[in-house]
Each structure stands twice: as C-alpha cells, then as structure tokens.
Design a protein around this ligand. Structure first.
Ligand code: ADP
Ligand code: MG
Length: 355
C-alpha cells in the first residue's frame, strides 16, 4: 500500500477546465472523499488517478513513483488499483463466487490460494450464503457488496469508488455507508471515494475534499468541514447553516441591520461586506430581551415552526430579505407572528472567506 499524491493536477477539455490545479495527499490507509455537486470534476479526478485519462498539467505520485504527468501516463493495467463504478458491472453469467474470484484467476494464482482468499472476503462481505447465486438473483445491496468484494480481493494498493451507492434506495444506502467504512477499517486500502452526498462523506471519510468548479475548496476532517466551513459554498453545500450578511465594523465585529455581531474566524477589514455562517442549532431563540450587553442579539419574527419530536425547527424573519432557520429544544413553543430575540454566540459566528 502507498500514499497517493495529486500535485497541481489539471485536466482541460478544449477551453473548459474539468479539474483545476488540484493538490491533495491521501496517506497510506486513509479514506478521502471527494465531495461536491454534479459537474465539479470528481469523476474526472478519479479517472485521472486510475490512469484512464492523461492530465493536461500536474502529476500523480503513488508511493515514490510518478504514475501520471503530461509527458507520461502509466496505463490502468500498470497500476495496482481497483475502481468501482456507479453501475456495478457484475458479469451476469457468473456466480457470486466466480465474479469475486475472477481477478485472482486471471492473475493465475493456484487453486488453494484462490479458495482461501475467496472464502475470507466472502465472509467479511457477508456473502457466504450467496456464493452460488447469479447477480440477477441478488438485491441491489447484495450486488454492491459483491462489487466491493471483487475489488478488494485482489488487494489493490489503491481503491477508487465513484458514487458506489447511488443506485441503491435510501435505507440501503445508509446501511452500506457503514459497511464500506467497516471494510475500510478491516483492510485499510488507500481509498478515494467520490460522492455528492454529504452525509455519505461524513460517515465514511477520514478526510473530505469539498470540490467546486474543478477545485478543492476545502480539505478537512468531517468535523472540520461541518463545524468550520471556510467559504459560503462549503457552508451551503454541507447544509444545516445559516448565512448572514453584514458590513465589517472592525477586525472581529460586523453590523447586521442595527445589531453589532462579534465573529470568529478570519480578521475583518472595516467597511467590507462580510458573510458569516452559524449552524441552526447554535442560534438561541427567546421571547425576553437580552439583559444589558445586546451584542450578538438580533430581533426577529417567527414565520413558521415545525415540531420534529426531538427538536423544534423554526424559520424566523430577520428583515424583508433574510430568513434564518433555528433548531430549538422541542419544549420551546413560540407561536408564528411572535417577535423574538435571537442569540448568536460569537464563537459560533464564523466569518467566511470573501469570494
Ligand atoms: P462530476 O463527476 O463531479 O459530476 P465530471 O468529472 O464528470 O464531474 O465532469 C467535470 C466537468 O468536465 C463537467 O463540466 C463535464 O461536462 C466535463 N467533462 C467531463 N468529461 C469530459 C469529456 N470527456 N469531454 C468534455 N468535457 C468533459
Ligand atoms: Mg461523476
């Protein structure tokens, strides 16, 4: 196994840039998710890593070997990588056991070795009971596990997964996320996992690279990305945050309407427009006015609220243009139309990078 490093990786198609100067290091045994909306360059990045396409600029280094550069690209069969596509592409005329062991048989391993490896992977992927079935006799989730087992059994240096769960229904998708993480914990292949689903990335990844327009917009642990989005794009894409706009007063304060709000994160430039993000459950909502220091308190009116059992989901109106979502305790019941005070704790008000 080895690390995978992308250095200034770029892929152009005519004037369009599909992957734009991406630098990223995936350590040996790590699982990194490329997360972003459709068209942001995830699949192209994965195909570059697999060697199906050549970069326009930059390099891919695996271990200490340069596998891709504009001058020379090692073909896919010369890389010890397994790639799983969105469609599982199982061979319909082969049983589960034959599908899974195919890669071992073409490597001409002896029968005893093949049998041992096959048995081990079928057990891990919980497929023993299905070994004699054909793909047409399996559910979507079972087919997905076969496809994973087939990729893992050849002990690749690197595992590349392109939206592997997108053909499954919602329940199964959730279950399979944990399955993939479990298999990763067991085998620790260096893995690049592509998805547009933020909760899938949260569950499976050691590190998430949020992509936008061919670039990595933010790289961090799931907790980093969730709690400390650096840009408006990341905050919106991950969801669960409010974005508020104001004007900087000094290095760490801005005005929003008539209120003064202290923020954290980057240093502000007085007079400049500022966007800040705050998570929905970090906003306090109350009928009573704040006592003395009204900093970080905003006046609003409840527009709607929904009881969700474990929480109450408020939509409040700050002014004509600005709505906020607030996740409050379920017992806090304030009627629509009521004027309220919102408390935005300073340490949760993250000033976002200017676009
Ligand atoms: P994602 O997987 O994130 O949805 P892709 O990597 O498939 O995105 O595509 C990124 C961008 O590159 C898109 O705008 C897409 O249309 C473009 N693109 C991808 N492959 C080609 C190609 N072979 N020729 C021209 N444009 C392409
Ligand atoms: Mg894609």
């Amino acid at each position: 196994m080895a690390s995978v490093e992308l250095k200034g990786l770029t892929k152009r198609y005519g004037a369009a840039v599909a992957v734009d100067d991406v630098s990223l290091r995936v350590e040996h045994g790590q699982l990194v998710c490329l997360l972003g909306p459709s068209g942001c360059g995830k699949t192209t990045t994965l195909r570059l890593i697999a060697g199906f396409i050549e970069p326009s600029a930059g390099e891919i280094v695996v271990g200490d070997k340069v596998l891709s550069s504009p001058a020379r690209t090692v073909p896919p069969e010369g890389r010890n990588m397994s790639m799983i596509f969105q469609s599982y592409a199982l061979w319909p005329h082969m049983t589960v056991a034959e599908n899974v062991s195919y890669g071992l048989r073409i490597r001409k391993l002896d029968k005893a070795t093949i049998d041992a490896k096959l048995k081990a992977i079928l057990t891990t992927a919980r497929l023993e009971a299905l070994a004699g079935r054909y793909p047409g006799e399996l559910s979507g989730g079972q087919q997905q596990r076969v496809s994973l087992a087939r990729a893992l059994v050849v002990e690749p240096e690197t595992l590349l997964l392109d939206e592997p769960l997108s053909n499954l229904d919602a329940n199964l998708r959730e279950e399979m996320r944990f399955e993939i993480r479990r298999l990763h914990d067991r085998y620790r292949y260096t893995t690049v996992y592509v998805t547009h689903d933020q909760s899938e990335a949260m569950t499976t990844a050691d590190l998430i690279a949020v992509m936008n327009h061919g670039k990595v917009e933010q790289l961090g642990t799931p907790e980093d990305i969730y709690s400390r989005p650096r840009s408006e794009f990341v905050a919106r894409f991950i969801g669960g945050s409010n974005i508020l706009r104001g004007t900087a007063l000094d290095a760490n304060r801005l005005s929003i309407g008539n209120a003064s709000v202290r923020s954290t994160g980057r240093t502000l430039q007085p007079g400049r427009p500022v966007a800040l993000s705050i998570r929905q459950h970090e906003v306090g909502i109350a009928l009573e006015a704040p006592r003395s220091d009204a900093e970080n308190h905003l006046r609003a009116v409840v527009a709607r609220q929904v009881f969700l059992g474990s929480a109450r989901d408020y939509t409040v109106q700050l002014d004509d243009k600005t709505e906020l979502r607030v996740t409050a305790p379920p017992g806090q019941n304030i009627a629509p139309g009521q004027a309220v005070w919102l408390h935005l704790p300073a340490e949760q008000c993250r000033a976002l990078a200017e676009d």
